[in-house]
Design a binder for this molecule. Structure first.
Ligand code: SAH
Ligand code: SF4
Ligand code: F3S
Length: 439
């Protein structure tokens, strides 16, 4: 068989990055080789995101680029995978005549056969039906040999009124604890030091089969020798006190919790269908600060949700000032087709949305800066992830609190080692320091 190459490019969240490891794994198992040069690929695969309009636009821009590659290499197969495939389906084939295959990640197993069919028979096709699966038989082609993602559930049942994810990824299904534990055990045997459990709402894990997220955390700790465990994304409605207690008792939990609040006004939270109030959210953070001192807390916030008044927005700013997040991912509200919020008549005009986002970011950046500066002079435990070459040799890793840490020096630090770094300077998104010990 002649050699055939695929190139894969990924947009969107960590779950999508992890899905790309599955798509690449499926292709590799079927005899394809991966290339880092899109021009040389026989299969150009883009794994897409459509959570906001800006994400979708980016994909369309990418497709324009791919079209140019195909002009030079007409035999090339262009495939669109992921969430935009779920949203648009065969409309993508009609709109872009150079796209050969549209496939949701739920159909990953079929990718090699469909890519082959597109290459040999030049048949264009959309494969977008099919439900989320709990277990995948596909071996992943993992991107790191130090850290790994492990999906514990797929899909989402929450239907936040702004969000397209439940429509493009389907209903939530959970894996079984035994299966997750054995995957992690084999990753650890292969040298993985840190695992991030992934799900749209990890805290509702097991709801469909009688197991709980808390039980999963304990099982991983008791039955594997994993050194560091993270998870995302948590949902304030399902983030129970039991989870906090288990984290407090854990010796492997990374000292970081990502808990999207989305808005600081009860009226807006209700309209978003989030299922909790500001007081509930604050009570969780209070409990985290009490039982898990030193844990970093990060969040997601949407600005300019339909009907958001100046007063609602001021409540979000006040919440950010009160709770002092280590970081917040802040988004302009983007109307998404099929979601209830998109058809509301009281959309906020884009200029106001943008102006509010800028105000929020200014406050949050100041707070992140202030928090990170308190790390200067302290030590953090860092897992060495890679060498980054700037002017001199620099290493990169993340501390337990999930902040990016850089350091340099002439000693060589192998990937996967834990080192103690004394922080010497801090910025909004990163810390720098010197290594003062390892092991
Ligand atoms: N399941 C995760 C991730 C969802 S997508 C969660 O619930 O947190 C990541 C973030 O994108 C969300 O937390 C939300 O802040 C943002 N987001 C989702 N839909 C959006 C939309 N229509 N407009 C703007 N931001 C959106
Ligand atoms: Fe979207 Fe809400 Fe589900 Fe997150 S929990 S994926 S924001 S519907
Ligand atoms: Fe993730 Fe984007 Fe899909 S955020 S779930 S890749 S729509």
């Amino acid at each position: 068989m002649a050699e055939k190459y695929f190139f894969i490019e990924t947009f969107g969240c960590q779950m999508n990055e992890h899905d790309s490891e599955m798509l690449a794994g499926a292709l590799t198992a079927a005899g394809w080789d991966e290339t880092s040069c899109p021009e040389q690929a026989d299969l150009l695969l883009v794994n897409t995101c459509c959570v906001r309009d800006s994400a979708e636009k980016k994909i369309y821009g990418k497709l324009g680029e791919y079209k140019r590659y195909k002009r030079c290499r007409p035999g090339m197969v262009i495939a669109v995978a992921g969430c935009l495939a779920g949203k648009e389906g065969d409309r993508l084939l009609a709109r872009f005549d150079f796209v050969d295959l549209v496939i949701t990640n739920e159909n990953a197993e079929k990718l090699p056969a469909l890519a082959e069919e597109a290459a040999v028979r030049r048949r264009r096709r959309a494969e977008v039906a099919g439900r989320p699966f709990a277990e995948s038989p596909l071996a992943r082609r993992r991107r790191s040999n130090v850290t790994a993602w492990v999906a514990i559930s797929r899909g989402c049942d929450n239907f936040c009124s702004y969000c397209i994810v439940p429509y493009v990824r389907g209903r939530e299904v959970s894996r079984r604890i035994d299966s997750v534990v054995s995957e992690i055990a084999s990753l650890v045997a292969g040298g993985i030091r840190e695992v991030t459990l992934l799900g749209q709402n990890v805290n509702s894990f097991g709801r469909d089969n009688g197991e709980t997220f808390g039980q999963l955390l304990t099982a991983i700790e008791e039955r594997t020798s994993l050194q560091r465990l993270r998870f995302m994304t948590s949902h304030p409605r399902d983030f129970s006190p039991d989870i906090i207690d288990r984290l407090a008792a854990s010796s492997i939990a990374g000292r970081h919790i990502h808990l999207p609040v989305q808005a600081g006004s009860d009226r807006i939270l209700a309209a978003m269908n989030r299922g909790y109030t500001v007081a509930h959210y604050e009570a969780i953070i209070g409990r985290i600060r009490e039982k898990l001192p030193g844990f970093a807390v990060t969040t997601d916030i949407i600005v300019g949700f339909p009907g958001e008044s100046e007063e609602d927005f001021a409540a979000t700013l006040a919440l950010v000032e009160r709770l002092r997040f280590d970081a917040a991912f802040t988004f302009l509200y983007s109307p998404r087709s099929r979601t209830p919020a998109a058809s509301r008549p009281d959309q906020i005009d884009p200029a106001t949305r943008k102006e509010r986002l800028n105000r929020l970011m200014a406050i949050q950046n100041r707070i992140a800066d202030e928090i990170n500066r308190t790390y200067v002079g302290k030590t953090v435990e860092v897992l060495v992830e890679k060498t980054v070459k700037k002017n001199r040799l620099t290493w990169q890793g993340r501390c337990s609190e999930n902040k990016l840490v850089f350091w340099d020096g002439c000693h060589f630090w192998p990937d996967g080692e834990f080192v103690t770094v004394r922080v010497t300077s801090a910025k909004t998104w990163q810390l720098s320091g010197v290594v003062i010990g390892n092991g």
